[in-house]
Design a protein. Structure first.
Lengths: 311, 216, 472
């Protein structure tokens, strides 16, 4: 009982802190690699708080859909943070299964697209079409990698798949392959390098930022916060996959899992940052080649899960 | 059902080959080939330790020195002299070729299930799946690439697959035969490399689909 | 004297001499002498096996040859000796027109001696793995021979040859590994590649693995021989190689790969799966014959013409192998090789004198060089299977043998294929031989240049007319 209290406290604290800090870590590591000092780790928190105080400028052609979509987007993101096991140990709240997870991601994407197209700007619509293309190309990768893990765990519930309480056999190969597939798919979903540069100023090449061009003030706050949460959840899931590579004893103390999750999340963030610093942005027509890698790894994972029962 | 370390390594070799098909960057292909051969060396030492076969240690050593280090260095030198970086215009685009390689993996799984279980301990079919898929992937590389060097790399991947099959289904062929095979393959690679270099000098490119001269 | 030296001494000496002697005239005269000496020595040592007094002749414990292998190795020796004898004239002619590169000639002799060594090794090896190694070595040596001229055309032909044959040989290696895997279930728990051991315990070989292994080896070694879907390299390689090299390739190397297939067929037959072997080889043989004869109808290059004729011969020999008749196999191989060597050497003369390989540009040979024209006619008649040459007897024997097995479709297909190819070859050769003679051709050494081909055609005539074939 006391354990549950500690776990819940740890989880809530981390759920509040981790999203901005993860984003801040990525930016900081990238900056250091590019020979700059870079903003401090807490900068995203300050940015979000700054947006609270700002005024809003709304386009004349925007309707209630614009406000509405932003709010729903953020609520869905918060729901994801609460129900997806991106961080272990997880308190015993309800969980979702992997198909609901993918649909929730798609729903978030839908509302972002609606908001982007509602303002009537050409940049927004262009970016919306790119985001839609990328999402349907990369969906097989995320679904198949999670499904292969589900086959091995005999359940589609994410809590059971990623939980440490089951007597699964040790499948390092499958977790590594699915984890990498999930990581690559997350990079595409979040439109980070090499698909799109998050710090670019060229609107015609933007995928995610162009959809937020028309948002300002509290709307922008909702969108940015939702993006940060989505980033944390997706990278957190990949970190959990890599955590399963370590043969931790089943049912050990919750601190072990906590420290492991935090360390793994940090490792994944640093890896993503290094990759972003070194990678070159791919030409749009070459993006499917990168996505093909993610899909290939996911399919290999599913072949292994189906044929071998894991490896 | 969980598979052993040997099977894990065998599958990683197959995965390396499939990733090789997805990239037309020649240096990346050579790096993946070198990685694949080193995994094969590791697997040979595992088998040598498990079955107490001394000759497998020697074969693993020769494989490391010649195929994992020597051949990639030679091919990198040829790339530098011939000034090609990428294999442009393959017959199948890289993603589709990678998915075709995946289909071959599924097919080789079905084929491997038909083979009888080898008398040595352990499951036979993971190694056989990986080996047959390596042979098919090597064939795919040879047939769909235009650059002469990619065809050489495809041939070497095929040889790796055949060696892997011998390793997992039997306890490795007799030492003299394996050494002879490796020597022949190396001399073949050297001659092909020299010819590829000459092709560049004659044709201003090493695109073998442009070699349609003899129509007389 | 250690028996190994008989086989090894002459090629190694030619190899060493080609690296040391700077003069190509001296080298080209010494090499045939050494090869003929080796021929005599080999005939002498192999005589007990040929006469049936001894079963095998062993150089080393693992290198034994039986009667059929001895016959084939002697045939190969004859082919190489004849080709290198004619090469004297060939290189002299090149030299006279300053077309020669000393380095290329020395590489030619070095690779030819290595080729001879490797080809002899195929016949002498009792071990499937060593047979593979020897055949791969022949591929590598002959690729250098194909690249002799150093032109764009020969580069393309050498590349195609190397790649297609390497893929084929890799399949054959896969088949060898499968057969090795099939052998570890019975009397030899560690597996064995030794053919005598495998044949002795043939019924213990696991059938699925053996069948798969045989198919892969058939495909692989068949690529090296030139069976139908995988024959792409044959016309280019034979056309680009210099005449003595083409003669060695078609007269010697072809038989090596077919001999390897023969050994495998014997093994599978010993394990009791006769019908499988027959079906596979008969299908491949008939398809190859018919396909080659269709290709022969529309040919534009003289060397490519006889290359396709070579492919057709491969089809015939594979059928003989599939039916299990070693006698017919060797008869066909001997007669066809002799005829083909004579043909390719004469064609080499023609190409050297006219400077072109296109049939449309060559005519009037009878008027200009009657000796060459006669030998060419005789050779084409022989290769297409017309009497009175030995090939006719061999093909007739093959057809009779097939009817004993009641494969009527095969007989019909063969007859159609052979007829079409005969008509096509004679049509093209007729265009070359008849007509008015070209003004710009060079004619050289009418008697010396035709000595070797004419000699070989006389041998073929004797084999056809007399009862020499009963000896084999």
């Amino acid at each position: 009982m006391v354990n549950q209290l500690y776990i819940t406290a740890f989880y809530v604290l981390f759920a509040l802190l981790a999203p901005p800090v993860t984003l801040g870590t990525i930016c900081k590591v990238k900056a250091r690699l590019q020979n700059r000092i870079g903003a401090p780790l807490w900068q995203p928190i300050f940015d979000i708080l700054k947006l609270l105080r700002k005024d809003e400028t709304l386009s004349k052609t925007a309707s209630w859909v614009f406000r509405f979509a932003a709010a729903i987007n953020c609520s869905l993101a918060i729901y994801l943070v609460v129900s997806v096991p991106w961080l272990q140990p997880k308190p015993e709240w309800g969980g979702i299964d992997l198909f609901t997870f993918v649909y929730l991601l798609a729903a978030m994407r839908l509302f972002t697209l609606l908001a982007a197209m509602d303002t009537g700007s050409a940049f927004g619509a262009f970016a919306a079409s790119r985001e839609a293309t990328l999402s349907f190309l990369v969906e097989p990768a995320s679904v198949l990698s999670l499904a292969s893990l589900g086959i091995v765990s005999n359940s589609p519930q994410l809590n059971i798949i990623f939980g440490f309480h089951n007597m699964h056999a040790f499948h390092p190969g499958l977790w590594a392959i699915s984890g990498t597939a999930l990581l690559l798919a997350s990079i595409v979903e979040l439109s980070r390098m090499p698909i799109d540069d998050p710090t670019t100023h060229l609107e015609l090449t933007m995928v995610h930022e162009a959809m937020l061009l028309e948002a300002s003030g509290r709307n922008l706050l909702l969108f940015e916060y939702a993006n940060t949460l989505k980033l944390t959840v997706l990278f957190g899931l990949s970190a959990q996959c890599y955590l399963h590579l370590i043969p931790l004893p089943v049912d050990s103390r919750w601190e072990v899992y906590a420290i492991g999750s935090v360390v793994m999340l940090l490792v994944v963030a640093v890896t993503v940052a290094v990759f972003e610093a070194l990678a070159v942005r791919l030409h749009w027509t070459k993006a499917p080649d990168f996505i093909a890698y993610a899909i290939t790894l996911a399919v290999i994972g599913s072949i292994l899960a189906l044929g071998a029962g894991g490896i | 059902m969980s598979l052993s370390l040997n099977d894990l390594v065998a599958f990683s070799i197959a995965v390396c080959a499939i990733l090789m098909v997805g990239s037309t960057h020649l240096r990346l292909n050579i790096f993946l080939f070198s990685l694949q051969t080193m995994l094969l060396v590791y697997l040979s030492t595992l088998y040598a330790h498990h079955h107490a076969e001394e000759h497998l240690y020697l074969i693993a050593l020769a494989l490391f020195a010649l195929k994992a280090v020597g051949v990639p260095v030679f091919l990198l030198r040829i790339i530098r002299q011939v000034h090609v970086q990428r294999d442009a215009g393959t017959l199948l685009s890289a993603p589709i070729a990678m998915h075709t390689a995946l289909a071959f993996l599924a097919v080789s799984y079905m084929l491997a299930r038909q083979l009888p279980v080898p008398p040595s301990a352990g499951l036979g079919w993971p190694g056989a799946t990986a080996a047959i898929s390596l042979v098919c992937t090597g064939l795919l590389l040879m047939l769909t690439r235009r650059i002469a060097l990619s065809q050489i790399i495809g041939f070497l991947v095929m040889e790796n697959g055949i060696y892997l099959f011998g390793l997992t289904q039997t306890r490795g062929m007799p030492m003299l035969v394996e050494m002879g095979v490796m020597l022949d393959v190396l001399v073949g690679v050297m001659i092909s490399g020299l010819l590829a270099f000459r092709i560049q000098k004659s044709f201003e490119h090493i695109d073998v689909s442009m070699l349609v001269d003899s129509k007389e | 004297m250690h028996p190994l030296l008989i086989v090894v001494l002459a090629p190694v000496s030619v190899l060493v001499l080609s690296l040391l002697i700077p003069s190509t005239r001296l080298l080209s005269r010494i090499a045939p002498v050494l090869f003929f000496v080796q021929l005599a020595a080999m005939a002498f040592s192999l005589f007990p096996v040929l006469a049936g007094q001894e079963k095998v002749f062993c150089l080393l414990p693992e290198l034994c040859v039986d009667r059929l292998g001895a016959l084939f190795s002697l045939l190969t020796q004859v082919v190489v000796a004849a080709a290198t004898t004619h090469a004297v004239v060939f290189f002299e002619q090149d030299d006279a027109h300053n077309l020669q590169n000393t380095r290329s000639v020395r590489i030619f002799y070095a690779c030819s001696s290595l080729l001879l060594l490797a080809m002899t090794a195929v016949y002498f090896c009792d071990n499937l793995g060593f047979i593979w190694i020897a055949l791969e070595t022949t591929t590598l040596c002959s690729a250098s021979l194909v690249y002799y001229h150093g032109t764009k055309h020969s580069l393309e032909a050498a590349w195609k040859y190397l790649i297609i044959c390497s893929v084929g040989i890799a399949f054959a290696l896969f088949g060898t590994v499968l057969i090795f895997a099939s052998s570890q279930y019975g009397a030899t728990p560690k597996g064995s590649l030794n053919l005598s051991e495998l044949s002795a315990h043939a019924e213990y070989l696991r059938y699925p693995l053996l069948r798969l292994g045989f198919l892969f080896c058939l495909l692989g070694y068949g690529t090296k021989a030139g069976i139908f879907p995988l024959h792409g390299w044959v016309p280019d390689a034979y056309s680009a190689a210099p005449a003595p090299a083409s003669a060695m390739l078609s007269g010697g190397l072809l038989n090596c790969s077919l001999f390897a297939i023969w050994r495998l067929c014997e093994l599978v037959r010993a394990s009791g799966h006769d019908s499988f072997v027959q079906h596979g080889t008969l299908t491949i043989g008939v398809t190859t014959v018919i396909a080659a004869s269709i290709f022969l109808v529309h040919q534009h290059g003289i060397k490519r013409l006889f290359a396709y004729s070579s492919i057709e011969n491969v089809g015939l020999m594979i059928i003989a192998i599939g039916l299990g008749s070693g006698h017919l196999f060797f008869l066909l191989a001997f007669n066809l090789s002799v005829a083909k060597v004579a043909l390719f050497l004469t064609v080499g003369n023609i190409v050297q004198s006219t400077g072109t390989k296109a049939i449309a540009d060559i005519h009037g040979l009878l008027a200009k060089n009657p000796q060459w024209a006669l030998v060419l006619l005789a050779g084409s008649l022989a290769v297409s299977g017309a009497p009175p040459f030995g090939v006719f007897l061999a093909e007739w024997g093959l057809l009779v043998h097939i009817t004993q097995f009641h494969h009527w479709l095969v007989v019909a297909g063969l007859v159609i294929g052979l007829t079409i190819s005969f008509l096509a070859v004679m049509f093209h050769v007729g265009k070359i031989v008849c007509g008015t003679c070209r003004p710009g051709d060079i004619s050289f050494y009418p008697w010396r240049s035709v000595l070797v081909p004419a000699g070989l055609m006389v041998v073929s005539l004797i084999a056809g007319v007399s009862g020499l074939s009963q000896l084999f």
